[in-house]
Design a protein around this ligand. Structure first.
Ligand code: HEC
Length: 294
């Protein structure tokens, strides 16, 4: 089995070095990893950050930054209206600017979740980082989404008070992220190159549609080509490709009825997915297998 993409935070922090940082990076954010449970790691293409290094910010560091605001709203429809102390990501990026080349960010959850946000999305919709819920830090009791999913240590979403309403599904799946532990600034084309390059440059029309569906519906939780994407599922991309190729009926039935197999799975059943969409997904995974992509 390939190594899970997201190692546990603890070993990640132990392995990552904080190198000397120069430039406009806020001193408040230059912290060695202290291993606290409210540490947020910032990695990738930030100005002044040496390749492969990262910075760690605590909640106190983030709360001290300019640009923290209060909202009074529901975090999710099922939760009550409360005061939320939030730091818009664009404000965070004033203290820690992504490099000019960085045109996207990845929000990484402790459970392996990954939300990819193009920088254009960040600039239009103003997603925020939740610092306090109803005046509380997580240790004082944050709610769970749908009663099961923890939000802490950090949660990111968009708010009608900060930006326009989201009308269309996103190309790269969900924009929100719970259990957020890391924000990585990246170049979109470089991140997704394994989806498009090499042997995957000449996919069939059905497979091209399936690739779109995979990026929109599956990639937050499932590794894709080149192990790009989230890994909540703890399944290799090769396994998905093999299932779609060798056992199409099982694959499509599972996707449509995941909770029949595993009542407690976090993978919601895709019972509304059309046969054409499912065929596209299968075509994409089969052609990836034929191309030897993993
Ligand atoms: C919210 C996260 C999430 C999303 C989104 C998601 N999955 Fe899953 N998926 C999982 C998890 C987790 C498992 C493993 C089952 C478990 O332990 O709950 C899984 C298992 C599977 C399996 C079964 C693999 C096996 O071992 O038999 C298939 C097939 C699958 N997913 C396909 C998909 C496809 C295709 C999509 C997109 C249309 C998708 N999943 C979207 C989380 C997700």
């Amino acid at each position: 089995m390939p190594m899970p993409l997201i190692r546990p935070l603890r070993s990640f922090l132990a392995a990552s070095a904080v190198l000397a940082v120069t430039g406009p990076l806020s001193a408040a954010l230059i912290q060695p990893g202290r291993g606290g449970s409210d540490e947020l790691t910032l990695s990738g293409l930030f100005t002044g950050l040496a390749t492969g290094s990262c910075v760690h910010a605590t909640r106190a560091d983030l709360e001290a930054l300019p640009g923290v605001v209060s909202l009074h709203e529901r975090l999710k429809p099922e939760l009550p209206e409360v005061d939320l102390r939030v730091l818009p990501l664009l404000e965070l990026f004033k203290s820690l600017p992504p490099t000019a080349a960085a045109d996207g960010i990845v929000l990484i959850g402790a459970d392996g979740w990954e939300s990819f946000l193009p920088m254009a999305f960040v600039k239009t919709y103003h997603p925020y980082l939740l610092l306090r819920y109803d005046g509380k830090v997580p240790a004082q009791g944050w709610p769970k989404i749908y009663g099961i999913k923890p939000l802490a240590p950090y949660f990111s979403d968009i708010s009608p008070s900060l930006g326009p309403k989201l009308e269309t599904p996103l190309e790269y799946g969900y924009n929100d992220a719970n259990q957020l532990v890391e924000i990585r600034a990246v170049v979109t084309a470089a991140r997704y190159a394994p989806f498009y390059g090499g042997k995957l440059a000449g996919l069939s029309v059905a497979a091209v549609a399936g690739r779109k569906t995979f990026l929109r519906e599956c990639s937050n939780c499932h590794l894709g080509p080149g192990e790009v994407g989230g890994n909540v599922a703890h399944r290799s991309f090769q396994l998905l490709c093999a299932q779609a190729t060798l056992s199409k009926d099982y694959f499509t039935h599972f996707v449509r009825n995941s909770t029949l197999y595993l009542p407690d799975t976090v993978m919601a059943p895709y019972d509304q997915m059309s046969p054409t969409e499912l065929d596209g997904l299968v075509a994409f995974l089969r052609e990836c297998r034929e191309a030897g992509v993993n």
